[in-house]
Design a protein around this ligand. Structure first.
Ligand SMILES: Nc1ncnc2c1ncn2[C@@H]1O[C@H](COP(=O)(O)OP(=O)(O)OP(=O)(O)O)[C@@H](O)[C@H]1O
Length: 257
């Protein structure tokens, strides 16, 4: 029996004349930090979008914790236990940090948004619990002191943390992060790295796309490499670093990644 937390195989995705993904698969064990790298346009975000229900694949088999799951809609994927962040920060800029996390939490609540609006007694109690949980998550990612600050006034690094807190609010078993270090300075990257290790320590498996190869090499348990929509390598960071096809893929694009 498979012990993988996430086991995906045979994913194909075509956009008109462009074959964006060809027979792509991934196998992530519980508790791993798993990296997905590759030059610009390799298909990394497309693969994320398929896994999280934003794009419908042309084919593919999907299993989470040994059970088939259907990535047909983002809310179903969240219910199944996968949470994600996006390459471009997608916060509710006019809401407070706390409110942003509370919105994420509603996926896991009984009363849902309607109940919260109607403010039944049960909903009020639940709301208090959501608020407490949201504060706990802000503390966990290190921005608890900014709970009541409007999201768009947070620093860039803190907005990224807030996105992660919001994703964690759905109680995921797998957290998928699309370029979490993009635009961060060296200090913020170091802090992000610490946060990801802390999340892993809390028992959450992480899948991340990241262009900072140095960060990935020091952080990931295993790495897959995509080029032109195909997997060209999979293995330990040390193996990936000296893999000929990977080196050529990166040099070939003239990319600095
Ligand atoms: N919605 C779409 N419609 C048409 N083509 C798309 C769409 N989304 C992605 N593509 C194309 O699919 C290919 C893979 O893009 P994708 O964004 O997945 O790459 P990536 O590896 O995430 O790149 P980057 O590192 O630049 O973010 C690209 O050629 C892109 O132009």
């Amino acid at each position: 029996m498979s012990t993988a937390l996430l086991n995906i195989s045979g994913v194909n995705k075509r956009f008109g004349g462009l074959q964006a993904l060809t027979d792509v698969g991934i196998r992530i064990e519980k508790g791993q930090i798993y990296g997905l790298i590759g030059p610009n346009g390799a298909g990394k975000t497309t693969f994320f979008n398929v896994i999280t229900g934003l794009y419908q694949p042309d084919s593919g088999s999907f299993e989470l914790a040994g059970k088939p799951y259907s990535p047909s809609a983002p809310h179903q994927v969240a219910k199944a236990g996968i949470a994600r962040t996006f390459q471009n920060i997608r916060l509710f800029g006019e809401m407070t940090a706390l409110e942003n996390v509370m919105v994420g939490r509603h996926v896991r609540t009984r009363q849902g948004v309607i109940g919260a609006i109607l403010r039944h007694k049960a909903a009020r109690l639940e709301e208090a619990a959501i608020r407490a949980k949201a504060q706990e998550l802000l503390d966990f990612v290190g921005i608890g002191q900014f709970a009541n600050r409007t999201a768009r006034y947070l620093s860039y690094g803190d907005q990224r943390r807030l996105e992660i807190a919001r994703a964690l609010a759905t109680d995921p078993t797998l957290l998928a992060l699309d370029e979490p270090a993009a635009g961060m300075n060296a200090t913020e990257k170091l802090a992000l790295r610490e946060l990801l290790v802390k999340i892993q320590g809390a028992g959450i498996t992480i899948l991340l796309i990241e262009h900072d190869v140095k960060l990935m090499m020091g952080l990931c348990d295993r790495i897959s490499v995509l080029e032109y929509g195909k997997l060209i390598a999979e293995g330990l960071p040390a193996e990936i670093q000296k893999n000929k096809a990977v080196i050529e893929a990166y040099l070939g694009t003239g990319s600095s990644h």
